[in-house]
Design a protein around this ligand. Structure first.
Ligand code: MCA
Ligand code: AMP
Length: 525
């Protein structure tokens, strides 16, 4: 039986808040009033969604059902409703333009899309190819079964979630995570970070990625905590820390928090500092947390954020300890059940001091949806017949000078994978789109180090002949086709791109040349 669903179903009669939606009131921790949505009502909603999805008979196991639902209790009911019906969730985001959303749905083989009222217009282009169903009326579907009996029918090995992640092969791939993967992850992270029913998670992360969805929201829900869901806004996040116990962010959020802090009044700074210092936990992940930001957080709260390493394909694999020393610039040690190996240039499977991080364990995903070649190249068989290793594509080392020799993430093994504000981006995907523009003869997309975003996406373009085309035209062209966070921040026109003898663009050389062509970003850009 799915442990993820068993934990959820066990809260069917729990009157305490699962989700806090409205204006925060420190006392709102109980019934369905004042923006607090109880576990009982979220479970009831999920059972109703499961009933609505199965009126014509059971779903084929792992049937992909897409959600275009704003962050809310309804999102949680829809998510668990699909799972209780035996399906697997594909989370869509309002950030994606229609062509990208259409690609996710087509690639996943989605037949049904559940849409909440604020997203209705965005779902209109999907209506031709998919059954688009309004969420709110479905939440009231009469249900015959109860959550526990539905949970019992779902196997641990069944797919639960398909998350789209950028890779080195152009278009994003659907990483398939089973109930076991997510359930193990939920328990591991919950235990490692000391989650309990008395926690209130301040949640401002997007829900279409592993960090916001599983590492944050499902960890909190698995422990019976409450999640305050809101869009990220630096001043509001500072304000709302007063009513939270845990905050999870990406480094770009900490950067924004300190821009707001520096612009705040003395009274605000004092109030915000006091609230932040009272949080029992603040975490950072999805990209390297610069030591300067870690130290700014220490100056306000007395401790640096708990940094950990994760991936869509594995959830959190390595984490600093909740109690015990935390070292800025290191991500700590593998969580229990996570096996690691560092593989260098030498013979395969030989442990090295510096090299690619390989991981295995029950939280590692099942494979990429309908992409057997990519799945095969992501895993390395164990020569002794054990479970295969997942190649993370991250270069790591361990620091023997620190207690426990914690891991340090040194960078990606591929220049074509970028991280901007915590989002993983494929340079190849952005290049493919730019190449469709009539004025583009050649293009190379690279990331340059940036204080606000970690990496700043820059497109280097050779124009076709004397075609008239400006940076703004190309940015607008990409924006119609890809999420706004994938749009290059800068477009640089060059006479030619540096290439090696085989005619391949030498991206490191291009990055070295770029400062001469670019106005360097300012602190607030
Ligand atoms: C927004 N913009 C961005 C990004 N976010 N550009 C590049 N990179 C970004 N990450 C663009 C907007 O489209 C807009 O463009 C301009 O920047 C200003 O947007 P703004 O409204 O100020 O941004 P925002 O909406 O406040 O977003 C900033 C953010 C967001 C809150 C930091 O980027 C974010 O939520 N990042 C989290 C990503 C995440 O969850 N990653 C987890 C992946 P324009 O002006 O042109 O319109 S999972 C993972 O990594 C693993 C599992 C792990 O370890 O966690
Ligand atoms: P994603 O595919 O969006 O899940 O991103 C996963 C990638 O984020 C990892 O492979 C790392 O490159 C990066 N990442 C996650 N956490 C950290 C961290 N704490 N430090 C450095 N990089 C990180």
């Amino acid at each position: 039986m799915s442990q993820l669903l068993a934990r959820f179903a066990a809260r069917a009669d729990d009157p305490r808040a699962a989700v806090l939606e409205g204006p925060l009131d420190a006392g709102a921790r109980g019934d369905d009033g004042g923006g607090a949505r109880s576990y009982a009502s979220v479970v009831r909603g999920a059972v109703a969604i499961a009933a609505a999805l199965t009126t014509d008979g059971p779903l084929p196991p792992g049937e992909r059902v897409a959600l275009l639902v704003h962050p809310s209790a309804g999102f949680l009911s829809a998510f668990f409703g699909v799972l209780l019906a035996g399906g697997a969730v594909v989370v869509l985001s309002p950030l994606h333009p229609a062509p990208e959303t259409a690609y996710f749905c087509a690639d996943a083989g989605v037949r049904t899309v559940l849409v909440s009222a604020p997203m209705r217009e965005l779902a209109a282009p999907l209506a031709g190819a998919h059954a688009v169903r309004a969420l709110e009326p479905l939440l009231a579907t009469p249900a015959g079964a109860d959550a526990r009996s539905l949970a019992e029918a779902v196997a641990e090995a069944s797919p639960a979630l398909q998350l789209y992640t950028s890779g080195t092969t152009g278009k994003p791939k659907g990483a398939v995570l089973t109930h076991e993967n997510i359930g193990v992850q939920q328990a591991l992270v919950g235990r490692a970070w000391g989650f309990s029913e008395s926690d209130v998670l301040l949640h401002a992360l997007p829900l279409h990625h592993m960090h916001g969805l599983a590492i944050a929201l499902l960890t909190a829900i698995g422990a019976g905590a409450a999640a305050r869901l809101r869009a990220f806004d630096a001043r509001a996040v500072w304000d709302e820390m007063a009513n939270a116990t845990v905050f999870m962010g990406v480094p770009a959020m900490y950067h924004r928090l300190f821009l707001a802090f520096d612009a705040a009044t003395d009274e605000e700074r004092a109030r915000w500092s006091a609230s932040a210092a009272k949080l029992r936990l603040a975490t950072s992940g999805s990209a390297a947390l610069p030591v300067t930001l870690a130290e700014r957080w220490r100056a306000v709260t007395g401790t640096i954020p708990l940094e950990r390493f994760g991936m869509t394909e594995i959830g959190v694999g390595i984490s600093n300890a909740l109690h015990g020393p935390r070292f800025a610039g290191s991500v700590g040690l593998p969580l229990p059940t996570v096996e690691t190996k560092i593989v260098g240039e030498g013979p395969a499977h030989e442990d090295a001091d510096v090299g690619e991080l390989w991981i295995r364990g029950p939280s590692v995903f099942a494979g990429y949806h309908r992409k057997d070649a990519e799945t095969a190249s992501a895993f390395v068989p164990d020569p002794r017949g054990g479970a295969p290793w997942f190649r993370t594509g991250d270069t790591v080392t361990r620091d023997p000078s620190l207690e426990g020799a914690p891991f340090r993430i040194l960078g990606r093994t591929s220049v074509d994978i970028l991280k901007s504000g915590g989002y993983k981006l494929s340079a190849l995907e952005i290049e493919e789109v730019l190449r469709e523009h009539a004025a583009v003869a050649e293009v190379a997309v690279v990331g340059i180090s940036d204080e606000a975003w970690g990496e700043r996406v820059v497109a280097c373009v050779v124009r076709r002949g004397d075609a008239a085309c400006e940076a703004a035209d190309l940015r607008a062209f990409v924006r119609e086709r890809l999420a706004p966070y994938k749009v290059p921040k800068d477009v640089v026109f060059l006479a030619e791109l540096p290439k090696n003898a085989l005619g391949k663009v030498v991206k490191p050389e291009l990055v070295r040349q770029l400062p001469a062509h670019l106005r360097l970003p300012t602190l607030s850009s």
